[in-house]
Design a protein around this ligand. Structure first.
Ligand SMILES: Nc1ncnc2c1ncn2[C@@H]1O[C@H](COP(=O)(O)OP(=O)(O)O)[C@@H](O)[C@H]1O
Ligand SMILES: [Mg+2]
Length: 203
């Protein structure tokens, strides 16, 4: 059966294959070949490893079906809509509370998502997180704080009408659920101060 392309991002093409999703990282001709292969391999393996861990803790993410350790993964298809496309029309406070709680669950398992935007979340019966290619394991407050900062930046740029309410709800829920949340939030303030300083200097 021919594969049907369902999405194409900056790094990967996603096909429908036997009811599952095949995520194939393509080569980038501007990268040196060896580096390109290493990068695709490491992101593919990393995504596979994190998805397996998430299945073990029963987190709402696609299940890993197979992995070639080089450039492609087969994962469970999640039926639903991207949170990016529905957030504004929905009860966004409730959804953002769910997002905050789920980020806390990831962090409590030492998983940093690395790309927490609403394009990487699908609303099905509940919110599923996807796109773990930049994820990693860490117990550092700095890494958790940067993850939250990226969530904030993504909300600010894609949902600029409602982002403040969104981030507040996400953070309130995060605080309730996360271990070490006061340390992480203190660090978040430091991360944001650095950001403002850089913005003033124009870099
Ligand atoms: N498991 C999945 N089920 C359904 N759709 C998916 C799934 N994984 C990815 N997609 C779709 O493909 C798009 C790109 O996938 P993603 O993993 O975010 O790759 P990229 O690194 O290219 O952003 C997503 O925004 C989503 O629309
Ligand atoms: Mg993505």
């Amino acid at each position: 059966m021919p594969q049907k392309l369902i999405a194409q991002g900056a790094e990967a093409k996603l096909f429908l294959e036997d009811g599952n999703v095949l995520k194939q990282r393509f080569s980038k001709s501007y990268r040196i070949k060896e580096i390109d292969e290493k990068l695709r391999g490491s992101r593919t393996r990393r995504e596979a490893k994190v998805l397996q861990k998430l299945e073990a803790i029963d987190f709402s993410a696609p299940k890993l079906i197979s992995n070639d350790e080089k450039e492609s993964l087969v994962i469970e298809k999640i039926n639903g809509k991207l949170v990016k496309d529905i957030l504004e029309k929905s009860d966004y406070k409730k959804l953002c509370g769910e997002i905050g709680k789920k980020v806390a669950i990831l962090h409590n398992s030492s998983i940093i998502h690395g790309d927490l935007t609403t394009s990487n979340m699908i609303l099905s019966k509940e919110i599923y997180f996807i796109d773990f290619g930049l994820s990693f394991f860490s117990e550092k407050a700095e890494d958790r704080a940067v993850d939250l900062h990226l969530l904030k930046e993504g909300l600010e740029s894609k949902h600029y009408r409602i982002w403040e309410g969104c981030f507040k709800c996400a953070l309130d829920a995060y605080k309730k659920e996360a271990n070490n949340s006061s340390e992480t939030l203190k660090r978040l303030e430091a991360v944001e101060k650095r950001g403002r300083y850089r913005a003033r200097k124009g870099s």
